[in-house]
Design a protein. Structure first.
Length: 249
C-alpha cells in the first residue's frame, strides 16, 4: 500500500473506504448428517398389521339362490351340453370314416392295378394292338376302338357300365372276371371276356383275354395256360356268358 502523500505526488487520488459493519452469524450447534435422513427414509410410512392364516375364519358361503329349480336346471344344462358334444363327436367320426372309405375306393379303382378301370383300359389296349383282332374287326393299326358295357335293354344308352365280378380261387387269390363289347369305326363289333388274377397287392396278370366276334372263331388276345380252363364263350346264357348254378341233366 502506498501512503497518501506519495499517492498525491504521483497523481493518484485516494479513495475513502467506509468501514463495513459485520453482523453476528448464528451457527446451529447440531448439524444433522445425511445418514440421519437416510435412516429416517428407510422407516415405513404406513404401518401394516399381519394376521395368521390358521386362525382366520373361512369365507362365508355364497347366498342361497332364490330359484328352487336352480340345481335341476344346472344338471339339465350339463346333460344337454354333454349330449351335444357326444353327438357332434360321433357325427364327425362317422363323416371322417366315410370320407376315408370313399377316397380309398376312388384311389383303388383308378390307380391300383386290380381296379376295374385300370383292368378295362389295359385290356382294350391289348385288343387294339392285336393283329388278328384288327383283321376280324376291320380296323387299322393305331385306330381306337369303342368299348362299353353289355346292355341288352337299349343299345342307344350312352352310359353302359362294364360287367365284372370278383371271386377267390383255391389258393385264396382274388380273381376278376370281366365282359364288355368293342366296336370299330366300320361297324364291326365283338365281345371281350377276360379273367385276371391278383398275385399280390401291386402285381396282377391276365389268365386269358378272349375276343368273340359273331360269325368268326374265338380269338385269344392272351391265351390261357390250359385250354380246359377256358370257358366256352357264347354258349352260356347266364352272366358273363357262363351258366351259374347246379348242372342240369
Amino acid at each position: 500500500m502506498f501512503p497518501i502523500r506519495q499517492c498525491i505526488k504521483i497523481g493518484i487520488k485516494p479513495i475513502q473506504i467506509n468501514p463495513v459493519i459485520t453482523k453476528s452469524i448464528i451457527i446451529p450447534s447440531i448439524i444433522s448428517s445425511r445418514s440421519i435422513f437416510q435412516q429416517q427414509q428407510q422407516k415405513p410410512l404406513l404401518h401394516f398389521k399381519f394376521y395368521s392364516i390358521k386362525t382366520t375364519p373361512p369365507a362365508p358361503p355364497p347366498p342361497a339362490h332364490h330359484d328352487k329349480d336352480y340345481k335341476g336346471k344346472l344338471i339339465l344344462n350339463r346333460i344337454s351340453r354333454a349330449t351335444t358334444f357326444s353327438l357332434s363327436t360321433v357325427l364327425v367320426t362317422f363323416a371322417s370314416i366315410v370320407a376315408v372309405l370313399v377316397v380309398y375306393l376312388i384311389i383303388s379303382e383308378l390307380f391300383f392295378p386290380s381296379g376295374d378301370t385300370r383292368t378295362f383300359n389295359k385290356a382294350v389296349k391289348l385288343v387294339e394292338k392285336n393283329e388278328q383282332a384288327q383283321k376280324v374287326l376291320n380296323f387299322n393299326n393305331g385306330e381306337r376302338l369303342k368299348a362299353y358295357g353289355m346292355v341288352a335293354a337299349d343299345k342307344w344308352v350312352r352310359n353302359r357300365p362294364v360287367q365284372s365280378t370278383k371271386t377267390k380261387n383255391k389258393q385264396g387269390k382274388d380273381i376278376l372276371i370281366m365282359k364288355f363289347q368293342v366296336e370299330s369305326d366300320k361297324g364291326k363289333y365283338g365281345v371281350v371276356t377276360l379273367e385276371q388274377i391278383d398275385n399280390s397287392f401291386w402285381n396282377t396278370e391276365f389268365t386269358y383275354i378272349a375276343l368273340d366276334v359273331p360269325g368268326d372263331r374265338t380269338i385269344y388276345i392272351v391265351e390261357p395256360e390250359r385250354s380246359e380252363l377256358m370257358p366256352k364263350l357264347g354258349r352260356g346264357t347266364g352272366f358273363l356268358g357262363l351258366n351259374w348254378g347246379p348242372k342240369k341233366d
